[in-house]
Write a protein that binds this ligand. Structure first.
Ligand SMILES: Cc1ncc(COP(=O)(O)O)c(C=O)c1O
Length: 462
């Protein structure tokens, strides 16, 4: 059968890819032109056998793949893909459930319900919190802030879903100066332009200063959203959520926490103190495709206000038939109606790791980040710019003379060119930096040492 042939071939290709994962060059050596050549051409005039399609796709695409699932990819904040989650993703495609309504997939609905309960427990969120399975933390921020907008305007006597924003009471939004750009993007989609957002000062590690927030909150009245952050994308630092929650509760403001990767600190007894007060947040957003090592895409949103969450997201139409037993209707909690059944892979991740496995994964990545920093800082011209509190390390090259920004950029280029590991660049307090994020389940101490050696080699060579 054509389908079985194609799947059998896919298994072979996948096996070979997985076997090469730890040794493949982390970044591909191909060129844009070569990829266009290999993948392009005219639309085939007639059907092609699906096994041949897969063969050709794999042959043409593999030279252009970045080994993000490998143990020495430290770019952005990119998790690998746990074995159980890859398998669950395959089944998700085979089953092809549009996870919008219970009637479209009872299994997808119940899996989301169960996984949401496990996550709320694991992350220390309030029992009864609502949850949505979205594409990533950007859309999780969007969903949470839509719920915030609904609830604060409802309290002010305004139905934003019916009336829109024109003529609505003004919503204040306060963020830390180191807010992630996706929060700004989410607010923009919700009708709150970036110039309307109030920024309060952050400290040297990027943490919102509570005294600055206090002054801002005292400055004006009215419905207010405060966006805090658990895990700065550069430094990994945490805003003081508990202190911020004291202030937001005093001012009846909505506290949203963007915890794209930092929220997972809650799963570790050694790191949980970083997110103390998270149970007091009105909403929070995170990713499963980062630290939980679920394949892309997979984000999660939680709110302590299920009615507001649902009111901001849910739609009704005659053909969108709801079930009489009142099960979870997945589209009540996300901006999309039709979507992939993302819950299966999240469920598989949680079931395969268990509580202790998630804690081990988080603790191990942080230990390895610390090891990376320790190895690098023995090199006289390397400076670590952040306090390594989590899985993020910011590295700068400071030669005895000359331009440290240029040296940092050149060393990064050499490291990327060697392809033993991959890290990205960033900018921190006006300085160029190399950014390391240790987020992959399969990274070992030997991978860190090999990668640190590659960076040190580049520093000595540049
Ligand atoms: C703190 C923070 N928030 C939000 C995001 C956006 O997440 P995503 O790209 O998964 O939508 C990121 C991504 O790195 C992040 O670090």
């Amino acid at each position: 059968m054509a389908e079985e042939d194609a799947l059998a071939r896919t298994l072979d290709i996948a096996r070979a890819y997985i076997a090469s994962r730890a040794d493949r060059p982390v970044w591909p050596a191909t060129t844009l032109a070569a990829l266009r050549d290999a993948l392009g051409g005219a639309l085939p005039a007639d059907p092609i056998h699906c096994k041949d399609v897969i063969d050709a796709l794999a042959r043409a695409a593999e030279p252009g793949l970045v080994t993000t699932t490998g143990p020495r990819y430290f770019g952005f904040v990119t998790g690998g893909a746990l074995p159980a989650t890859v398998a669950a993703e395959w089944l998700t495609a085979v089953w092809d459930q549009p996870a919008g309504l219970y009637v479209l997939s009872p299994a997808a609905s119940v899996v989301e319900e169960v996984a949401a309960g496990w996550l709320i427990d694991l992350l220390g969120l309030p029992a009864g919190a609502s949850a949505g399975f979205v594409t990533g933390c950007h859309m999780a921020n969007f969903t949470a802030l839509a719920a915030a907008r609904h609830e604060l305007l409802r309290r002010a006597g305004w139905d934003v879903e019916a009336e829109g924003l024109q003529g609505a009471p003004r919503l204040r939004v306060i963020v830390g100066d180191e807010v992630h750009v996706s929060v700004i993007g989410a607010l923009r989609m919700l009708g709150i332009g970036s110039r309307q957002i109030e920024r309060v000062a952050a400290d040297g590690e990027g943490r919102m200063k509570p005294e600055a927030l206090e002054a801002a909150l005292a400055g004006a009245q009215g419905p207010t959203i405060v966006c805090a952050q658990a895990g700065n994308v550069n430094s990994g630092a945490f805003d003081p959520v508990n202190e911020i929650a004291d202030l937001t509760s005093r001012h009846q403001a909505w506290l949203h926490v963007d915890g794209a990767f930092g929220l997972w600190a809650a799963a570790s007894s050694a790191l949980r103190h970083h997110v103390r007060g998270i149970d007091r947040a009105d909403s929070c957003a995170t990713d499963a495709h980062k630290w939980l090592n679920v394949p892309y895409d997979s984000g999660l949103v939680f709110t302590a206000h299920p009615a507001a969450h649902r009111a901001a997201m849910s739609l009704s139409a005659a053909y969108l038939v709801r079930s009489a037993e009142e099960p979870r209707e997945p589209m009540d909690w996300t901006p999309e109606s039709s979507r992939r059944a993302r819950g299966f892979a999240v469920y598989a991740a949680l079931r395969s790791l268990g509580r202790s496995g998630v804690a081990d994964l988080v603790d191990r990545c942080c230990r390895l980040a610390r090891r990376f920093a320790d190895r690098l800082q023995h090199e006289p011209t390397i400076q670590i710019l952040n306090t390594v509190v989590l899985n993020q390390v910011l590295v700068r090259v400071v030669p005895p003379s000359g331009d440290a920004d240029a040296a940092t950029r050149e060393v990064l280029r050499l490291v990327q060119e060697e392809r033993v590991c991959w890290l990205g660049g960033s900018h921190w307090h006006g300085m160029d930096a190399m950014r390391i994020s240790v987020s992959n389940w399969s990274t070992t101490e030997a991978d860190i040492d090999r990668s640190a050696d590659s960076i040190i080699r580049a520093v000595r060579r540049h």
